[in-house]
Design a protein around this ligand. Structure first.
Ligand SMILES: [Zn+2]
Length: 130
């Protein structure tokens, strides 16, 4: 009885490859699949090398995140945000606040908060500004 290898499947893809009958039968159908199989066999060793020798880092991944908050350029009403530019305008703005607090039902629920803010501001205006 005589045995002769005729075909051998690729260790990577399983594709049958014809054996020409000379030398060691190839284990892979192509250099690409031989390379992939080698990479897989040796991956663990390469990963366990020191980082300085190309190994894998064991530290958890860290991220530094910069958060930039952009204030809306316009109010809900569509008007641009602007602050009074001088003392006269501030006095006018505070008078407008006073009117709104009395007449505007959307402001009424926040009267106490506004009053506290005004009191803090008044204290700061009467002292050194802090
Ligand atoms: Zn293959």
């Amino acid at each position: 009885m005589r045995e002769q290898l005729l075909h051998r499947t690729c260790e990577w893809c399983g594709k049958p490859g014809e054996y020409i009958g000379k030398g060691r039968p190839p284990r892979h159908c192509s250099p690409v699949h031989r390379r992939r199989a080698w990479e897989l066999r040796t991956a663990q060793d390469r990963a366990e090398r020191p980082v300085s020798e190309g190994g894998r880092n064991r530290e958890p991944v860290r991220e530094v995140i910069q958060r930039t908050v952009t204030l809306p350029a316009r109010r809900l009403s569509g008007q641009p945000y602007t602050l009074p530019e001088d003392a006269v305008e501030w006095v006018q703005a505070l008078a407008a606040l006073r009117r709104e607090a009395v007449t505007n039902p959307r402001v009424a629920p926040f009267r106490e908060q506004l009053a506290s803010a005004c009191e803090r501001t008044a204290r700061a205006l009467r002292t050194d500004g802090t």
